[in-house]
Design a protein around this ligand. Sequence first.
Ligand SMILES: [Zn+2]
Length: 140
Amino acid sequence: MFSFKLLAKDKPRHLLGIGEIVDIFEVVKRGIDLFDCVLPTRLARTGRLFSKKAERFRIHIRNEQYTNDPRPIENECECYTCRNFSRAYLRHLLMAKKLLAIQLASIHNLYFLESLMRRIRTAIKEKGLAELKKEWFSTT
Ligand SMILES: [Zn+2]
């Protein structure tokens, strides 16, 4: 799949184009330390927001079911967007084609991945990556 074995073990390993949750778990397991991907902002531009409890770890805020939804994207998320805005307001901004919608969605998606990586680093030190992966994939 990848040429990980050819990379130096005593230097940080960077991989481009990895942004899906399932891929992140897989490449971390193989020793990758850093990622760089357009996915979080690309998804944000189309109203797709990362959510731990949703199918494929994302909700589509354009869906009508969010029209009057007063909840944040994720109750547990501490990002600026989730602390200050509802799903309904984000949907309204996106449907009205306001640039702010994309900015707020990007803030959430980037925070979500940063938070996941924080949890992964902690898991590697403590209970283990496999246990964290099991926790994440048992809720979808
Ligand atoms: Zn958030």
